[in-house]
Write a protein that binds this ligand. Structure first.
Ligand SMILES: C[S@@+](CC[C@H](N)C(=O)[O-])C[C@H]1O[C@@H](n2cnc3c(N)ncnc32)[C@H](O)[C@@H]1O
Length: 179
């Protein structure tokens, strides 16, 4: 996340949705480098949401964090609700990534950005590692080009990609409306 944050422009973000927030670690790091931003943390799991609240207690006390139980398949927010959506280490588990990315695009405003942060993608050098994760955790991976096409197909107009080819990490920043 530290590596990713150095590559993410959060300067104009006033309201951010963290989809699949898990235990709240990424949100805690991200909020340390943003001021005046409000956050909504969403996850399928009540336990994870509880942990997010604990880890980000200061944000909660400041009234800057809302925890919402839900799924990326039907985000419980109006169109144009956010300046940014963070999806960190979660798309692997989504039931229909193409449709689900469209749902993320829907809740973003015209200038909004989606940040995909992941520690792997589908590529020959990560095949063995990915295979064991796919089997053990029912994860699905796409190639970098595949993620880019999925983002464009979801209605984004521009996608920028940063990778660490040794570690297999990437950040994709998608913005604009393609329609
Ligand atoms: C590997 S964890 C990552 C958590 C956190 N983003 C992080 O990077 O530490 C994946 C999270 O995605 C959540 N998740 C899986 N499917 C989801 C869905 N359809 N909608 C929302 N969250 C989902 C899981 O409950 C889990 O908390």
């Amino acid at each position: 996340m530290e590596w990713a944050l150095d590559r993410m422009d959060l300067s104009r973000v006033r309201r951010l949705l963290d989809v699949g927030c898990g235990g709240g670690g990424p949100l805690s790091q991200l909020s340390a480098s943003t001021e005046g931003t409000d956050f909504v943390a969403l996850d399928l799991s009540r336990d994870m949401l509880r942990m997010t609240g604990k880890v980000n207690r200061r944000l909660r006390e400041q009234g800057r964090l809302q925890q919402v139980r839900g799924s990326v398949t039907a985000l419980p927010f109006a169109d144009d609700s956010f300046d940014a959506v963070l999806a960190c280490e979660t798309t692997y588990f989504w039931p229909d990534i193409g449709k689900n990315l469209k749902e993320c695009r829907r809740v973003l405003n015209d200038n909004g950005r989606l940040f995909l942060v992941q520690e792997t993608w589908d590529a020959p050098q990560w095949k063995d590692r990915n295979k064991s994760w796919e089997k053990g955790f029912r994860m699905t991976f796409h190639s970098l080009e595949g993620y880019r096409e999925l983002l464009m197909g979801a209605g984004f107009r521009e996608v920028r990609t940063h990778t660490d080819d040794k570690k297999g990490w990437f950040v994709m920043e998608a913005e604009g409306r393609g329609d």
